[in-house]
Design a protein around this ligand. Sequence first.
Ligand code: ZN
Length: 299
Amino acid sequence: MSLRRRIAVVAAVALAGPAIVAGLKTGQRLRPAPALRITFLDVGQGDATVIRTPSGRTLLVDAGRADLERSRGRTVVLPFLRRQGIHALDAVVLTHWDQDHAGGADAVLSGIRSFGLILSPMSRRHEPPTATERRTLLIAKRTRATVWRMARGQTLRSGDGVTIAVLNPPRNALYRNSRDNNGSLVLRVSFGRRSFLLTGDAEEEAEMNMLRAGLALRSDVLKVGHHGSASGTSARWLDVVRPTHAVISVGRRNPFGHPSPDVLDRMRRRQIRIWRTDQQGTITMTTDGSGLRVHTHGR
Ligand SMILES: [Zn+2]
């Protein structure tokens, strides 16, 4: 390789990383910029979010609910992963054990190889464990998924620039109200200059705890806590997180009155763009670390 060519390649590496070098060597078309993709699946009343990092590492955060007739893990989550060509998950993360988040987990764990199952440390305090918890842990054992309990202060790094920080619960949290919801794992996913805050069903007590702890909360996208219920998404929380976009994962005509008109109003007054799975269906957000694109799949 001539010195001139070598300098050109070195400059390309410094500017844009190995994808450009591969393009130079093979003469093929340059690959698109690496991107982080987060999809909020339309699972009706409940949550299921797929995180896909630039190098293809994949996490599922919650798996939708299961009831007598069907499991959203089987009818929504697995078909979506298949359509995306995803044949294994690095981990299934369950924010907490409520049916509308963890109900579909057993179907997912039995339907696709998952290397890990990440839980909130507060989920250990169920006395006795719920049927969902017992079933899920049994299948995790059978499928040899490693179970981790993660708490505030711990971080997952994908090795390709995506960082997932656990902000809640604190290791020894003792929440008074709605222990299960407030014990939700809250994750801040960041890539380049963009970040997403996934809050499970965290309510105001957990929000206040995170605010008092002085954590880095500012995020471009907020997955609104507890389906937009009036028990969370306080004004102080919104003023510190300062999202541009909010996602509400909620079922059409759900019996809980989610999302609360007060929460919607609080967000509108702050000019936050609201996306809802009951109105727009599945919502995908893609970022190269700088721009942010939103794509809705319709209902
Ligand atoms: Zn919920």
